[in-house]
Write a protein that binds this ligand. Sequence first.
Ligand code: GTP
Length: 387
Amino acid sequence: MATPATLFGKGRVEEVGALCEAGDIDVVAVDDALTPIQQRNLERAWGVKVIDRTGLILEIFGRRARTREGRLQVELARLDYERSRLVRTWTHLERQRGGFGFLGGPGETQIEADRRLLVDRIVALKAELTDVRRTRGLQRQARKRVPYPTIALVGYTNAGKSTLFNRLTRAEVLAQDMLFATLDPTLRQVKLPGGRPAILSDTVGFISDLPHELVEAFRATLEEVREADVILHVRDIAGPDSAAEGADVAKVLAELGIDPSSGRTMLEVWNKADLVDPALRDELADAARHAGAVAVSATTGEGIEALLRRLAGLVDSGPDLVLELAQSDGEALAWLYRHGRITAREELNGSVVLSARLDPQALGRFERMRPDAFGPPATRGAGVPPA
Ligand code: GTP
């Protein structure tokens, strides 16, 4: 029977104790939440370090954090976790002391001192984090002035986000067969068919039952996702828990205030298609089409072209504009290729006639820049009228 003092029953405690002894074990991770007292009792019974689920997750996230902000966030979450344990231990000791009629004592002084140290460190970390966030907020503002659409990758841990990110941007971002390989959002440019660039952000890997200590850390990290034009939900379609993981991701997104049904563009990417039995590949492609998803393999590159085409269609769904420019107007042409998507190009007697797609902001700027480039009024979009 389970006992409150050790979480597990006596028999199980002895069984694990014997395993620890026989197997030369240093640390036991318990896949559940332990109270500080349970943790201490188990450590005594087994003679090893014991760590609970939250402690383990914080430890791993701490090691994998790649930017200063990520490290600060996890450190803060960890200190908060430690502080809550310290307070609980302290309350417990206090009760004990009351029962035995002790007053003060070295135990209390030590815990008080530890607690003050923790609080000081938390205050300092929060100030540092505010600073780092202000800088990141400014960078995001600066990016907004450039009318690039943004695409964010989300997904269960190990679904293949970093691998897909690398494949789409041809960048080298740490991709390892290891849980939680990513903590910090990483931003890179991705070229969509038609020449239009977008910004792709790689984000944290989700897990089920996210410890509440980390929800706050996620909230800040996922600002990029909240503001993205398109959210790509990457799923390991070959894994045995694919459906449950997909549901977990939707749940975490909802907890973070990102509601897929709120009109936001969300696209499912069914990754690791190469691991699906070849005999079932056609069925997979059919099911993906049916679900409005795209089946890909980030490793082999299968399906990536289709994904890019789909993204190009999603980031600018406005009408095609017909624009006419002098062939010698290299500046305006380069600007259009940088800020819009060119769907057709024809050269006639020293002019270039382009079919292009621009988002409203880019359209407004281009109209001010080259008011004479537009074709008949019927082909105009809903941009700002020329100045
Ligand atoms: P976290 O950062 O933990 O959230 O993981 P992630 O979603 O970024 O996964 P990552 O890209 O690190 O990939 C996890 C493992 O899956 C790595 O070993 C990849 O090589 C492997 N992987 C990713 N995509 C594919 C794929 O399409 N096919 C196969 N066979 N393996 C893949």
